[in-house]
Design a protein around this ligand. Structure first.
Ligand SMILES: N[C@@H](CCC(=O)N[C@@H](CS)C(=O)NCC(=O)O)C(=O)O
Length: 214
């Protein structure tokens, strides 16, 4: 079995992968792809991931893309410790939580979107940061309400065991902090974040500890 992870230290979707692999104690050979240097757009990388985004996981020469799909794949192939609950209602909750971040928050604030606001519409850096903070407030505000409504959280997003939901939440909070977002009012999400950050799978994989961090 060979396994390679193509990752960028500051990419929240790459961080999701690093957490999931660490939590399952799955080793890998890291390949560092610099987004500022546009290495994700180079032909040699696009041969592996035609979408030209990180992360990319290669297992036995089989490329796997899309972090949520990869996490579910890992959970099927390496079920222990699990990142997806067995109960269908709980699975739906974990997927909904993860997709609020992965489908509704992250894509609006991705690097290529922020760059496009500047190149196509002349948005200033301040305006771009305001855009970022707007979608974080909208997204995390809704997520906090959803968690309170569902009453399924404990130490973590679902009860007292780590799931894919936590794996998505922590990197998103890291990014939101980097952009100076006001996060104090999301007390439930902050509690979950703090509990995750007691675990090595989350702390040892965080952006500034990565060999490619600058
Ligand atoms: N839905 C994808 C998103 C991947 C993605 O957008 N990755 C970002 C980094 S977090 C990226 O490669 N951005 C490069 C760009 O925007 O040019 C996933 O979950 O894997």
């Amino acid at each position: 079995m060979t396994r390679q992870l193509y990752t960028f230290f500051r990419s929240s979707t790459s961080y999701r992968m690093r957490i999931a692999l660490a939590y399952k104690r799955l080793g890998y050979e890291p390949h560092y792809i610099s987004l500022p240097k546009m290495q994700h757009r180079e032909a040699v990388y696009r041969d592996l991931n035609p979408q030209g985004l990180v992360p990319l996981l290669v297992e036995d020469e089989q490329p796997l893309i899309q972090s949520l799909a990869i996490i579910e794949y890992l959970d099927e192939v390496y079920p222990e410790p699990g990142l997806m609950p067995k109960d269908p209602q709980e699975r739906a909750y974990v997927r909904a939580f993860s997709q609020i971040i992965g489908c509704d928050i992250h894509p609006l604030n991705n690097v290529r979107v922020l760059k496009r606001l500047q190149s196509q519409f002349g948005a200033s850096e301040d305006a771009t940061n305001e855009w970022y903070r707007h979608w974080i407030a909208e997204g995390l505000g809704g997520l906090e309400e959803y968690v309170l409504q569902q009453r399924r959280s404990g130490q973590f997003a679902l009860g007292n065991a780590v799931t894919m939901a936590d794996v998505c939440l922590v990197p998103q909070i890291f990014n939101a902090r980097r952009f100076g977002c006001e996060l104090g009012k999301y007390s439930k999400l902050n509690d979950i974040f703090d509990n995750c950050m007691k675990l090595p799978a989350f702390t040892e994989t965080q952006p500034n500890t990565q060999p490619d961090a600058f």
